[in-house]
Design a protein around this ligand. Structure first.
Ligand SMILES: Nc1nc2c(c(=O)[nH]1)N[C@H]1C(S)=C(S)[C@@H](COP(=O)(O)O)O[C@H]1N2
Ligand SMILES: [Mo]
Length: 458
């Protein structure tokens, strides 16, 4: 299919791209009140603002007569001197992009310290999350910890677990042999609000507890070797953070012996951001976010799982029949279409590039299929390289929208052959009372009006 045959369709981005925090609150309250056209309401408000006309103009054809004033009249930036080098010692995004922000979900948590902000997935390209837009999950607020005073201790649960307990400074860690790897981090609660039914309007909130960075650090195995760990005895470690939440998580020794788990200090080429655990955080590829302990201050080697509060009371999965599942750690294969997605508006029939993200905690994404008819037919999407293990993978597919209502979905498969389930399949096994580990296929309804809506097919 060539795009010449089908004029390119114009698309309005999701409301988060136009409106500030007030506007997002309005969208949520209108959605909650059950107003069907809440997205249109949000746009009406946004168009009254300054940013919207500029955004809309991107899709406008050049006027047939009279020429385009934007070309014919030289703007100031073509005539005068620009700003000096290093005006900003640390550069910032364009002021025209100022509404692309990580955002909290209004009313989700009672305090802003034990809370979460969602990454604006619908506004991002490729696979890397800009560090300033990385989602945040803090149990007790975040800190900018002084690296010169921060220490990482390695000890055993008894004196047979290792030869000598060690204490590292951040400088000492940074002098050891390092690795740099791209990995996604997904909170186990991502998409958790959607277990029962549709709950939030846009993919920022359905899937935004997800980010992907190039992390740099030292394999934990190297530190444990230095401490002389007895790997026959020591089959688990406990990772502990330095913030007031006393975040502690058990990590099985196999994961560490594989060389995959590392103590990171770098994120996208610079030091970790304070919100993401500066100066040290554990990276546990493929495993849910809670195990990626931030402000990492201690690793204890032991011979059994620790049953810490964040693995006994929280982060468990309620199953049908009153059972619960504990120590669920791997994030199963999952995907989401980010364009078109909830809150966006297709202005025309015609050609669109469907685009989205896929990932698996078990390795590489092997294939992504896309349906544009609610799951009756599936086409294989293009995977945009690089395709890396336990990283986000970008996919796309050309699509001509005929203007009729339809449902778009993506279904990912990983290198183990695991196929992402639909809600019916997932609920048959897991019920509807879980919070965590919802990896169901996401459905977006493109309405005749062009407005895209979050829906679930049972
Ligand atoms: N010390 C500490 N580590 C922590 C947390 C925390 O509150 N304190 N939250 C955990 C949870 S639940 C998640 S999902 C990830 C979030 O990491 P991020 O804030 O960098 O996105 O960090 C994990 N590590
Ligand atoms: Mo989390």
């Amino acid at each position: 299919m060539s795009s010449q045959d089908h004029p390119s369709g114009r698309l309005i981005k999701a409301p988060e791209n136009f409106i500030g925090a007030e506007g997002v609150r309005a969208v949520f309250s209108e959605a909650k009140a059950g107003r069907r056209d809440f997205v249109r309401g949000a746009f009406a408000a946004a168009w009254a603002g300054a940013a919207a006309p500029a955004a809309l103009a991107q899709g406008n054809p050049v006027p047939a007569e009279g020429g385009d004033a934007n070309i014919l009249e030289l703007p100031a930036h073509s005539k005068g001197l620009g700003q000096a080098v290093a005006t900003d010692g640390y550069g910032k995004p364009s002021k025209y992009e100022s509404n692309v922000q990580r955002r909290p979900s209004p009313g989700l948590t009672q305090t802003a310290q034990a809370s979460v902000s969602f990454a604006p997935l619908q506004s991002l390209f490729g696979i890397v999350t800009p560090s300033g837009l990385h989602f945040e999950r803090h149990h007790q607020g975040w800190w900018d910890v002084d690296p010169s005073k921060h220490r990482l201790m390695i000890n055993g649960s008894d004196d047979k677990m290792l030869k000598k307990p060690l204490v590292f400074t951040v400088d000492e860690i940074m002098r050891l042999p390092s690795v740099s790897r791209f990995h996604f981090i997904e909170c186990g609660a991502n998409t958790g609000m959607e277990w029962g039914n549709v709950a939030v309007p846009t993919c920022q909130y359905t899937h935004g507890m997800l980010s992907c960075s190039e992390f740099t650090g030292v394999p934990l195995k190297i530190l444990l070797d230095m401490a002389g760990v007895d790997y026959k005895r020591g089959r688990y470690v406990l990772a502990e953070g330095a913030d007031g939440s006393s975040m502690t998580r058990t990590v099985p020794m196999e994961l560490i012996e594989s060389g995959e788990v590392f103590v990171a200090y770098g994120q996208n080429g610079e030091m970790l951001r304070p919100e993401n655990g500066y100066p040290l955080r554990l990276v546990v590829p493929g495993v849910q976010g809670v195990s990626w302990v931030k402000y990492l201050r201690r690793i204890e080697v032991g011979d059994q799982p620790y049953g810490a509060k964040d693995e006994a009371v929280h982060y468990i999965d309620l199953q049908p029949g009153g059972q619960h599942r504990q120590y669920t750690s791997t994030q199963e294969c999952k995907s989401v279409i980010t364009t078109p997605s909830g809150g966006q508006v297709l202005l025309d029939k015609g050609h669109y590039q469907i685009s989205g993200l896929a990932w698996s905690g078990r390795g590489q994404v092997k294939r992504v299929d896309i349906s544009v008819d609610g799951g009756q037919n599936w086409k294989t999407a293009r995977l945009q390289g690089p395709v890396m293990s336990k990283s986000l993978t970008r996919f796309s597919l050309d699509w001509v929208w005929d203007g009729k209502p339809t449902i778009v979905q993506s279904r990912a498969m990983d290198e183990t052959g695991y196929v992402q389930p639909n809600y019916k399949q997932l609920r048959a096994v897991r019920g509807t009372r879980s919070i965590y580990h919802n990896n169901a296929i996401q459905s977006w309804l493109v309405q005749e009006s062009g407005e895209v809506k979050n829906v679930q097919l049972s």
